[in-house]
Design a protein around this ligand. Structure first.
Ligand SMILES: Cc1ncc(C[n+]2csc(CCOP(=O)(O)OP(=O)(O)O)c2C)c(N)n1
Ligand code: SF4
Ligand SMILES: [Mg+2]
Length: 351
């Protein structure tokens, strides 16, 4: 069994939003991810954001690629449209769906492997075209699903569960998104619900390409030598009849820090992540300042979080292409086939 259905029991006193839905109405199946995986916290934040925004679930199309992160759309918005694409191909499928039906809210969920490795070309072009979407990368620096190989966002010098150091330079998807013309760019941490929920709400209400890089710890690959809880130790001391992976449950890493402050977050593998939250005076309309700040803080070993850039006047792909203002499936035969005279005019313009 790859998933577990949730029992449909709603407590009668559960709070409803303005359109009469409880949070449970925005949930999906029971997650099969490792206990404590950051991705589950992001799913919870998406559920909360959609509930608070009174979004009708059937108006959302959630799309993903392949990976633990790309499995998560199964665990939220169970009443929405869903498309689990091939590895790294979510952006082009999302672009096509968006062009066909502009009336849905498009939510692309991907991983750092799915988007920064195999799907990097797809990511680049969807952002550059200004597709009206929320694009979330659940960034853990590894290919979690295939057992922890480095992804293209892994920091140089970080050590894999096998003790091998990563020698490659990391891709910073936030800096790339800014350079590529995303009109809403933010970074957060999966365990910072206070920051993440408003950022997702802002992205859902933004018209244009909204990109969110959410750092999301993978709890399964904190496999340091000497630990009696490591996979190797468990295997060596396990007289099992077949090869098993033991996913030891971990607590979710939650953080709570104020605007302008920085915080050191110890991850399950003992590494320390230094987050810096943008302060309240920060102006997210200045793209150059955002690019500078990311680089400056990075040089000091810090990861800046918050809404880094927004362009409220942005046009989306439909605006660039001058498409019809309604979904294509609502056009009637006469509108779809304007007749021989219109065709002759187009042909004449091409001669
Ligand atoms: C074409 C193709 N190549 C490789 C794979 C194997 N594969 C499955 S998931 C994955 C990486 C997923 O990493 P990421 O997107 O970071 O997701 P995570 O599991 O870390 O959340 C890879 C390489 C595949 N499924 N299809
Ligand atoms: S392997 Fe890592 S990314 Fe995948 S579910 Fe487990 S903790 Fe999450
Ligand atoms: Mg990953």
């Amino acid at each position: 069994m790859t998933y577990l259905a949730k029992p449909k029991l709603h407590h009668p006193t559960l709070a409803c939003n303005a359109i009469g839905f409880t949070r449970r109405d925005y949930e999906g199946k029971i997650s099969t991810l490792c206990a404590g995986c950051g991705h589950d916290s992001i799913s919870a934040a998406i559920i909360q954001a959609c509930w608070e925004l009174d979004i009708e679930p059937h108006r959302v199309a959630k799309l993903s690629g392949i990976g633990c992160s790309s499995k998560t759309p199964d665990y939220f918005l169970g009443q929405s449209h869903g498309f689990n694409t091939v590895h790294g191909r979510m952006p082009s499928v999302l672009t096509g769906a968006n062009l066909a039906n502009r009336d849905l809210i498009y939510l692309g969920v991907s991983g750092d492997g799915d988007s920064a490795s195999i799907g990097i070309g797809q990511f680049v072009h969807a952002i550059r075209r200004g597709v009206n979407m929320v694009y979330i990368v659940e960034n853990n620096g590894v290919y979690g699903l295939t057992k922890g190989q480095f992804s293209a966002t892994a920091d140089q010098g970080s050590v894999s569960k096998k003790g091998v150091a990563n020698t490659d330079s990391p891709l910073d998807m936030v800096s790339m998104a800014l350079q590529l013309g995303a009109s809403y760019v933010a970074r957060s941490f999966s365990g910072d619900k206070q920051q993440l929920v408003p950022l997702i709400k802002g992205a859902l209400t933004h018209r244009g390409a909204a990109f969110l890089d959410v750092i999301s710890p993978c709890v399964a690959f904190n496999n340091h030598p000497g630990s009696t809880k490591s996979y190797d130790y468990v295997r060596e001391h396990n007289d099992a009849v077949n090869q098993l992976d033991v996913m030891l449950p971990r607590a979710e890493i939650a953080v709570d820090y104020a605007a302008g402050d920085s915080i050191e977050v110890e991850q399950h593998d003992g590494t320390v992540l230094r987050l810096r939250k943008l302060d309240e005076t920060y102006d997210p309309r200045d793209k150059l300042a955002a690019m500078n700040l990311i680089q400056q803080r990075q040089a000091q070993g810090e990861v800046v979080t918050g809404l880094l850039f927004v362009d409220r006047e942005a046009r989306d792909l439909h605006g660039h292409l001058g498409t019809v203002p309604v979904p294509l499936n609502t056009l009637n035969a006469a509108e779809l086939n304007p007749g021989a005279a219109a065709l002759a005019k187009i042909n004449a313009a091409l001669r």
